[in-house]
Write a protein of this length. Structure first.
Length: 167
């Protein structure tokens, strides 16, 4: 069984607070990402890359356990030259999956994308994509995703692109 990506049955957290990451979160984002990198679900990013892009991240903490979820988001031009937000390094700690953390992060991303005037939000996943589909994303719109972002995806990973139209 794929332990780092399985969803144990756990009660939802009472209140999931999403916040912007800071420079002090880089090590925790790196540690949180490692199991997913090892399993091929996430691209390997160095501490230096994460530090450079720390302002891209939204995170969720669970008290003394520290960071239990993160997602990076970046605005770029879609195929029609409009603003699109692309997600990357989206993960929730194995022991916290199924507790609303991914939904909270994705909801925050959608609000942020809307605030930035984005026409769409794009994600690439090697998994089932069920969380994205539950939040209005659809497969089969690859041509609408930002061309530069699409070109940077590693075809050997077998990612599929999911998009959600906002405007």
């Amino acid at each position: 069984m794929n332990t780092a990506l399985s969803r144990p049955e756990r009660p939802p957290l009472p209140l999931v607070e999403v916040r912007a990451a800071g420079a002090g979160d880089v090590g925790a984002v790196h540690r949180l990402s490692r199991p997913f990198v090892r399993e091929g679900a996430l691209r390997d990013r160095s501490l230096a890359e994460l530090a450079r892009d720390a302002a891209d991240f939204l995170v969720v903490e669970a008290g003394a356990e520290g960071l239990v979820g993160c997602v990076g988001l970046r605005a770029c031009a879609d195929a029609r030259g409009r603003v699109a937000v692309v997600l990357y390094n989206f993960c929730v700690a194995p022991g916290h999956q199924g507790r609303g953390i991914g939904s909270a992060l994705l909801g925050a991303v959608l609000r942020e994308a809307d605030a930035r005037g984005a026409a769409r939000v794009c994600a690439a996943t090697v998994g089932s994509g069920l969380l994205f589909l539950r939040h209005g994303f659809a497969a089969g719109r690859e041509e609408e995703a930002p061309p530069a972002w699409r070109a940077a995806l590693d075809p050997t990973r077998g990612s599929r692109i999911l998009t959600r139209v906002l405007a």
